[in-house]
Write a protein that binds this ligand. Structure first.
Ligand SMILES: C[S@@+](CC[C@H](N)C(=O)[O-])C[C@H]1O[C@@H](n2cnc3c(N)ncnc32)[C@H](O)[C@@H]1O
Length: 206
């Protein structure tokens, strides 16, 4: 039986799986005006590590969404164990089950790249409030990437597109987003050099 990269993450129940690790998540969130009144969507929540952190740290209203049944099970278990009231949805980012203008923030960590990016960005824009913010951490191709390596990466991760930073920015703009801030942009090698042992080795969820 063939498993995709994402099936493997789900089966292993890896605690968190995005570039920059959980440390980057915390840094990213510290820069935002999040408080108990904030309404936040964790899109492609995986095992729910970030959703759980958001609810515990800011006591805000969190919705967590993922389309992978195993990921949803892991997240459910995590939220129940910590007694957190987080709304959990098994659904696709490409067709969000929310009304227009529902969220103050959407955080999408290593999720959008795995989807039809344009559909997902359109949906993020639709369900964000007018003054809302999308926090996006995602896989980005270096401009120097040769076509064969690019194809290899896309095949491995089952991606239909692998965007460079300027292509991501263009896609955000084309789907209505304005006022961009790039908080961190580093190569895989730089990430590995800077990462500590604790966020290099991920822990399975119990
Ligand atoms: C690399 S994992 C990242 C999980 C989590 N955000 C984290 O940082 O640990 C990608 C996640 O996106 C989810 N995902 C991929 N495509 C999706 C889609 N179309 N709709 C909802 N979730 C999706 C996968 O099931 C997986 O949980």
């Amino acid at each position: 039986m063939n498993h995709s990269y994402q099936d493997a993450l789900a089966i292993l129940g890896l605690e968190g799986a995005h570039p920059g690790g959980f440390e980057l998540t915390k840094q990213l969130l510290e820069n935002e005006q999040i408080d108990h009144t904030s309404i936040i969507l964790d899109a492609g929540c995986g095992t729910g590590q970030t959703s759980s952190y958001l609810a515990k740290t800011f006591h805000c209203q969190v919705s967590a969404l993922d389309h992978h049944p195993e990921m949803v099970k892991h997240a459910k278990k995590r939220f129940q164990k910590a007694n957190l009231s987080i709304d959990l949805y098994k659904s696709s980012i490409e067709e969000l089950p929310f009304d227009n203008n529902s969220f103050d923030f959407i955080i999408a960590e290593s999720a959008t790249a795995f989807t039809d990016i344009k559909k997902s960005l359109r949906e993020f824009y639709r369900v964000l409030k007018l003054e809302g913010t999308l926090l996006s951490i995602d896989m980005t191709a270096e401009t120097s990437l040769d076509p064969a390596s690019k194809k290899e990466i896309m095949d491995f991760y089952h991606l239909s597109e692998l965007l460079t930073q300027s292509e991501w920015l263009k896609a955000f703009k084309q789907n209505g987003f304005t006022d961009f801030k790039i908080l961190r942009s580093s190569t895989v090698l730089e990430e590995l050099m800077n990462s500590s042992a604790s966020n290099t080795f991920v822990q399975p969820v119990n």
